[in-house]
Design a protein around this ligand. Structure first.
Ligand SMILES: Nc1ncnc2c1ncn2[C@@H]1O[C@H](COP(=O)(O)OP(=O)(O)OP(=O)(O)O)[C@@H](O)[C@H]1O
Ligand code: NI
Length: 423
């Protein structure tokens, strides 16, 4: 109907904040399952426009685990929701591109003026919403921190997993036809809308598959437990069941938002190991969201560090951990608990996450107020600089280009006065 939005389009009433180029630019690479470009999400609240996700760019490669880490409120979950188009009012994705690799889908939309296609990639922001929805399950799956939110309490765990299997079956049975995607996925639509239909939709075959999946995620006696209700499962078991449900669709991309935070340490480790095994077995790609750099170190190939809605540093795990540029990343790394004393509390970085209300955001580095190395140059919003191209390592920080010079240090009072936060 309408023209496809262009990069950097500012919608009416939406203040663009992006200043710098993000390093991952241009067309998605052949081994990128997902290429996110300048994605921005705002919440339009009574307090004003909240810039929850600010011009985020990254690539998710084939067969890798990409970690997204940052303090509470840094925009990790909203980024995940934005990728799968699950942001709810008053929120909205206001700009950016989400290139998903799917050559058949790309073929279908090639030549369609309203959909952006690039080689085997399609910009999901431009496909019709129903097509986008139909991708959830067979292409993308999301697992959340709270498994209760993914299950309907009045339907057995097995049936709910079997339904996810059915959705996937239908997707495979009608490969890549726009018609099947837009009309034949009634069930998927129900699932995604949270209205889970009853047993009519599941078959003996898909129930068998549910048992198999429950077994694979380490649920004992899956033949019996398949008939139990979510309330009969412990937290750890339900988390496993949620992973089984997410895997039922055989997605290319699994987005796991703090999948173990609510669990005790032992079960947490078991579930993370399980995710890693499954990822290696199936060769899928995972976006793993956590506030715990220790988990990132264990699990991930590459990492995005988020602060105040932005990706402030990203690259291979090795490069980001060993050639750290951003003082925020350094601060997070300093707070990794001791391996010998995993219970040691994380030492928070001093100061608070800044307000994300548009009108209150200074036009300088958002971390400057808390940064031990803030300099004059930090009063300009930093664009992303390349730290190490081979390691795909970039940082939104002037320290990528220059050494810290104490002579240029800005006194804290500078920020206190300029920050608009009168205390
Ligand atoms: N429904 C909403 N209405 C208004 N603002 C919201 C809403 N949801 C999120 N936000 C804003 O988006 C920001 C980012 O939230 P998000 O949940 O993505 O953080 P997070 O990094 O996932 O944090 P956590 O580690 O606590 O899960 C929040 O600080 C908040 O200001
Ligand atoms: Ni979150």
């Amino acid at each position: 109907m309408s023209d496809a939005p262009r990069v950097g389009d500012a919608e009416e009433g939406v203040a663009p904040r992006s200043t710098g180029d993000a390093t991952p630019t241009g067309t998605p690479g052949a081994d990128d399952v997902l290429s996110v470009r300048d994605l921005s999400t705002r919440f339009f609240t009574e307090e004003g426009q909240i810039n929850a996700v600010e011009s985020v760019s990254f690539d998710l490669r084939e067969d890798e685990i990409l970690g997204v880490v940052g303090e509470s409120g840094s925009g990790k979950s909203v980024t995940a929701l934005s990728l799968v188009d699950l942001v709810e009012t008053p929120g909205r994705v206001t700009a950016g591109e989400v290139w998903y690799r799917d050559p058949d889908l790309a073929d279908e939309f090639r030549g369609d003026d309203s959909v952006r296609v690039d080689g085997g990639h399609v910009d999901l922001r431009t496909v019709p919403p129903r097509v986008r929805r139909s991708l959830r399950g067979p292409s993308f799956s999301v697992i959340f921190q709270d498994p209760m939110s993914s299950f309907n309490p009045s339907i057995t765990v097995g049936e709910q997993i079997a339904e996810a299997v059915e959705v996937q079956r239908r997707a495979r049975a009608n490969p890549r036809s726009t018609r099947s995607r837009t009309q034949g996925y009634g069930l998927g639509k129900y699932l995604l809308d949270g209205i889970v239909p009853g047993r009519d939709y599941t078959s003996g075959e898909s129930m068998d598959r549910a048992v198999e999946l429950l077994g694979q995620v380490g649920i004992p006696d899956p033949e019996e437990r398949v008939d139990e209700y979510p309330g009969q499962f412990s937290g750890g078991m339900l988390q496993r069941a949620m992973i089984a449900q997410a895997l039922a669709g055989e997605p290319d991309v699994l987005i796991a938002d703090e999948p173990t935070t609510a669990l005790d340490v032992t079960i947490q480790a078991q579930i993370l190991n399980l995710l890693k095994e499954i990822q290696a077995d199936r060769g899928m790609s995972i976006v793993l969201i956590t506030h715990d750099l220790g988990v990132i170190a264990e699990m991930c190939d590459r990492v995005c560090v988020m602060y105040a809605g932005e990706v402030v540093e990203r690259g291979t795990l090795d490069s980001v951990f060993n050639e750290t540029v951003h003082p925020y990343t350094r601060g997070l790394l300093g707070s990794i608990p001791d391996v010998d004393d995993p219970k040691a509390r994380l030492e928070p970085i001093g100061g608070n996450v800044p307000s994300l209300v548009d009108a209150e955001m200074g036009d300088r580095c958002y971390f400057a107020d808390r940064c031990p190395k803030a300099m004059e140059a930090c009063l300009d919003r930093p664009a992303e600089r390349t730290v190490d191209a081979a390691a795909d390592h970039g940082a939104k920080c002037v320290l990528a280009d220059r050494e810290y010079d104490p002579a240029d240090a800005l006194p804290q009072a500078y920020f206190d006065e300029d920050g608009g936060e009168d205390e």
